[in-house]
Design a protein around this ligand. Structure first.
Ligand code: ADE
Length: 234
């Protein structure tokens, strides 16, 4: 047990899927895993371990934002031996050719800061995905027929950003989408010797101001769970 994860030793799998929302973790575990068991509920941050096609997997919430994700990623890797962590979540599109419901596989994640920023002093470290996971996720998404984009995303510190020029610069530089966790996941995983990837679906569009209705979010979320599982065990 750790400060934030009340799981028994050995009850977390080496492969962990991390949605932001703990209730999504519950839904995904009950929908996709065989014999899911709740292994954590400290502070309402739910984690479940079960099997998928005979492979042991944990689905554990990360909470919103990099400071929250950082706590869980650190404890999952350091204390519970997680070796593969795949974030599954939503993002806001920053390019005209990216549409609602498209799948984004994040090759890199830019940020202003992460909880790890002080490790690098003045260096602008480039958090990047694990190549084997990235390649497998892209293949799985294509096989499903999902419209998929592989490239750079931006991990923001705030959801309600009042700097319109920032979004414009991200768009100019080809950033596909914004979310709030991947840069720290990639950085912590690199530091602690684990593999990491973020598979996202577009839930809103910063340029057109469209947003997915909540009924569509569940279907898109299910697609991401399947892509993440196929990538992790390919
Ligand atoms: N996650 C989903 N949409 C987002 C947005 N517009 N900004 C930050 N994180 C997001």
């Amino acid at each position: 047990m750790t400060v934030h994860i009340g799981a028994e030793p050995g009850s977390i799998a080496e492969t962990v899927l991390m949605p932001g929302d703990p209730l999504r973790a519950k839904w995904a575990a009950e929908t996709f895993l065989d014999d899911p068991v709740c292994v954590n509920q400290v502070r309402g941050m739910l984690g479940f371990t079960g099997t998928w096609k005979g492979n042991r997997v944990t689905i554990h919430g990360s909470g919103m934002g990099m400071p929250s994700l950082s706590i869980y990623a650190n404890e999952l890797i350091r204390d519970f031996g997680a070796k593969t962590l795949v974030r599954i979540g939503s993002c806001g599109a920053m390019q005209d050719h990216v549409k609602l419901r498209d799948v984004i596989i994040a090759m890199t994640a830019s940020s202003y800061s992460t909880p790890s920023a002080s490790f690098f002093r003045d260096l602008s470290y480039a958090p990047c995905a694990d190549w084997s996971l990235l390649r497998a996720a892209a293949a799985a998404a294509e096989a499903k027929g999902s419209t998929t984009h592989v490239g750079g995303i931006y991990s923001a510190d705030v959801f309600y950003d009042e700097r319109p020029d920032l979004d414009e610069q991200m768009t100019r530089h080809g950033v596909l989408a914004v979310e709030m966790e991947a840069a720290e996941l990639y950085t912590v995983a690199a530091r602690l010797g684990a593999r990491a990837l973020a598979v996202l679906t577009v839930s809103d569009h910063l340029r057109t101001h469209e947003a997915l209705p909540s009924s569509d979010r569940e279907r898109s979320f299910g697609e991401m769970v399947e892509i993440a599982l196929e990538a992790a065990f390919s």
